[in-house]
Design a protein around this ligand. Structure first.
Ligand code: PMP
Length: 476
């Protein structure tokens, strides 16, 4: 298979000729296997062949090794990267690992700029490959000199560094056009009928789509997208699946190549990731789960002779403290930990007609006070992107006591938007968590936000819990 400019490490050393010894780790990029998802096909009664492209077998454990190499080779060719040079990229994820591997092998220094929101393991992983990591505060405006963007810009200039910029670099989709696409064509003997993958930078989907459509324009290309990402028509509001979906359209976005875009919820993505890991013994991450959920939808109505291929971009190892942590999953309302739980409390309360209330950040303090008074509640979440509430992005909360104090000190506060006086969001509890946990949490907080499927559903207070417990004792 053509490896572009890549596979020259073996050529120079005749002692390797005739052996199966790769000349360097870079020669091990790509050539990832395809495996049938046998158990998932049985469970979902899938009529066709459903197979997974296992990008986890790349040396860096993800599909991003491929574009990392292609971008560096192009930069060397174009004179943007000279021997001993420096690479600066704002990334915390898989692209960083790919770049760090190629940099180690070819003698470059890598500097990765990331925000302090990133998990410490991700920083440690990149440092383990010898990269420098610069951590910037997330809570500053993009134009602030200490922001992620400004620091990356400054370091690029100061160190005369090469900035791959994977979101705009044409060598990102080119890597998949040159390697992933041809591999899929050959591995399926040209019989692939559908290709399903998530999209972040859109390098994978566009590169593969371009190659496959050139071979056979009837091959269906399906983008799996987190609900809320702009690719499937969302607003770009936050979601929890990592590495896919965007709030803008990257350079490689090429909708004329895509036949279908399927929006998948966080819940369906995570549950699919867990199911594939348990049923198939293939540990995959949230974005792999997202792609599998979409692929199952596609494959369920495919013809028996079809071959549906789903690309799994990375391993579940990077998500053990999230997708594979039962407590984390339950706290977002993705899993039930008990039979009698917060959901039961809410069901009983709903019988009394209590609905969720909230204010927008631009509502005035007076409007918030009126709403609280009108409904006899003492705190309100502050949410953007409403209605419907299921789309809400919680930005804070207002509390009767705090508002009273603020208005007492300065009566004109009533005309200010609540965004200027609100406190932090309410602590969260999952709909499938124990009422006992709610009792413990309400010792330190006046109210809790209940999440279902990762989204805000209701606010519960001490009074709600008391009424529920009282009801329990009267019901025996
Ligand atoms: N999943 C994960 C975990 C990723 O890191 C990425 C890369 N952002 C993707 C999927 C999507 O790949 P691409 O950037 O090629 O669209």
């Amino acid at each position: 298979m053509s490896r572009g400019a890549h596979a020259d490490d073996r050529v120079g050393d005749e002692r390797l000729w005739g052996t199966a010894i790769a000349g360097s780790v870079i020669e091990l990029f790509g050539h990832t296997p395809l495996v049938r998802l046998k158990r998932m096909s049985e469970i979902h009664a899938i009529p066709c062949v459903l197979a997974m492209k296992m990008e986890t077998t790349n040396p860096g454990g993800s599909a991003k090794d491929r574009p990392a190499l292609e971008m560096i080779i192009a930069a060397e060719r174009d004179g943007l990267l000279r021997p001993g040079g420096t690479i600066v990229e704002p990334t915390s994820g898989n692209t960083g690992v790919g770049l760090a591997i190629v940099a180690a092998q070819r003698g470059y220094t890598c500097v990765f700029v990331m925000t302090d929101k990133v998990a410490p393991e991700k920083v440690a992983l990149l440092k383990a490959y010898g990269a420098e990591v610069v951590v910037c505060p997330v809570a500053v405006a993009p134009e602030d000199p200490s922001s992620y963007y400004c620091v990356a810009e400054r370091l690029t200039l100061e160190r005369r560094a090469f900035r791959p910029n994977q979101y705009a670099n044409p060598n990102n989709p080119l890597a998949h056009y040159r390697t992933t696409g041809p591999e899929l064509w050959q591995q399926t003997a040209g019989r692939i009928t559908h290709f399903v993958a998530g999209a972040g930078t859109c390098g994978t989907i566009t590169g593969v789509a371009r190659y496959l459509k050139e071979q056979n324009p009837d091959i269906q290309i399906i983008v799996a997208d987190p609900e809320a990402s702009v690719f499937s028509g969302g607003s770009g509001r936050p979601y929890l699946v990592e590495g896919v979906g965007e709030d803008f359209f990257p350079a490689a976005w090429q909708p004329d190549l895509y036949d279908r875009i399927i929006a998948v919820s966080d819940e369906d993505s995570f549950l699919a990731a867990r199911r594939v890991s348990r049923e198939e013994g293939i540990l995959i991450g949230g974005s792999g789960g997202l792609a599998v959920a979409a692929a199952i939808e596609v494959a369920s109505t495919a013809e028996p002779t079809d071959i549906v291929v789903v690309l799994n971009p990375d391993s579940g190892r990077g998500y053990l403290s999230r997708v594979f942590d039962d407590h984390w999953m339950a706290n977002f309302g993705f899993l039930r930990e008990c039979d009698e739980c917060v959901a039961t409390l809410l069901a009983r309360r709903r019988a009394n007609g209590a609905d969720l209330l909230y204010v927008n950040p631009s509502n005035t303090v007076r409007e918030a006070i009126d709403l609280m008074r009108g409904h006899g509640v003492s705190q309100l979440p502050v949410c953007k992107n409403t209605p419907p509430f299921a789309n809400a992005e919680v930005s804070g909360a207002v509390d009767e006591l705090e508002l009273m104090n603020a208005v007492f000190r300065n009566p004109s506060v009533t005309e200010l938007p609540v965004s200027q006086v609100m406190g932090p969001p309410l602590p969260t509890i999952g709909i499938g968590q124990e009422v006992d946990l709610a009792v413990q949490m309400l010792v330190g907080a006046p109210a809790l936000m209940v999440l279902a499927g990762g989204r805000p559903l209701a606010v519960i207070t001490r009074t709600d819990v008391l009424s529920y417990l009282e009801g329990e004792s009267t019901h025996g």
